[in-house]
Design a protein around this ligand. Sequence first.
Ligand SMILES: Cc1cc2nc3c(=O)[nH]c(=O)nc-3n(C[C@H](O)[C@H](O)[C@H](O)COP(=O)(O)OP(=O)(O)OC[C@H]3O[C@@H](n4cnc5c(N)ncnc54)[C@H](O)[C@@H]3O)c2cc1C
Length: 394
Amino acid sequence: MEDIFILRDDQRSILDTVARFVEDEVRPRAAELDANQDPEKSYSWEIVEKAHELGIRTMTLAEKWGGLGADSLTTAMVIEELGKGDLGVSVIMAQTLKIAQIMQKALNEEQQARVLPGFADDPRGMLAIGITEPDNASNYFLPYPTQFRTSARKTTGGWIVNGMKHFISNGNRASYYLLFVQTEKEKPMVEGTTCFLVERGRPGFTIGRVHDKMGERLANNAELIFQDCFIPDNNVIGKVGSGFGVLVEFFPQSNAYAGASVLGVAVALYEKAVAWAKVRVQGGKPLIEHDGIRAQLAEMRMLIDASRSYIHRACWLADHQEHHWDKTLGALPKAMASQAAWKIATWCLEIHGGHGYMKEFGVEKLVRDAAAFLHSDGVNRTLFLKAANFMFPA
Ligand SMILES: Cc1cc2nc3c(=O)[nH]c(=O)nc-3n(C[C@H](O)[C@H](O)[C@H](O)COP(=O)(O)OP(=O)(O)OC[C@H]3O[C@@H](n4cnc5c(N)ncnc54)[C@H](O)[C@@H]3O)c2cc1C
């Protein structure tokens, strides 16, 4: 059996490519893009196109679709590596890599043949998933017996969709969307939701506001608005009414990928703290020679290592569910990594003293980024509750 603690040669070579991409393309641009007031200007198609050229954008596609067929463990490693350079870049890629993985499993043959070649060839091909609504977030994570507001009524050959999603990563950039819609109004969302494949530019589908975010600014998040939007029957993914089945069956590693993105930020913060501790002298010696600082750096390292092991185990088991996949692994690794990143952010600030508060040192951006995943991909408290519900079913 594969040893997940030993880096394979193919993983090493992919990670080298990604590390070079981060060093050459992401790091030099990140601070300037982040500082734009207009969220749309913080987005860089150049970075996406470069990721396409290097095969990063499509690496979860099977070889027959032009990708590398990367497994979930390798993908998490790549997502973390991207996160070390910039959280937003990591997120836009993570969404795309994850949804490409899902599409290969959840789309039928006709849908795959219709969508995947174009996605593979398009240097700007991005993917998005629309579930969250202004009134529904923890509601669907737990889930509660409520309904999505975004709903559809049956018509000849398809469905007429009305409603709105918000906070959607890549919302204004994607070429394809997985959209979760209430198709049976009298049923709770778990039983009455259908997952649709939606192409950008479909009549009746427009992009609303692009959200102005505190951090993770190199990713765009937007509202998706549906006004009498016709979606044909052949865009239903799986069966009508089985949208939650798609979520449960095809998204096991989603939470771990989110954890990997923010773990990258934790690593960047840790490295900054170490670098500063080596050069800043107080009390006649560098900070790193003071016991309190040394101990804190070791604690940061422990939080990073433990979060990474958790993420890697979740990813490997998501691909090998026969070896006792445990549903809490679909809820908790992100909560752990984001809590670790948040602690490390405050400690990195503290080690920098007043310098950390000055924008020029770059800690401030990382602190804003580290906050992003306390809530994204499910609010942590909600995810703890979700895990508890698996552990202690009512
Ligand atoms: C940067 C970012 C990117 C995102 N990208 C996407 C995306 O691509 N696609 C998508 O569909 N969504 C996306 N989301 C939505 C995300 O997944 C979250 O679900 C959403 O942000 C939760 O926010 P909310 O304000 O609606 O929280 P709410 O669900 O309103 O929760 C508010 C608070 O109430 C608590 N709470 C709720 N229920 C309970 C309970 N039963 N008991 C105790 N406490 C409870 C929560 O834990 C939380 O503290 C994104 C969000 C962000 C911030």
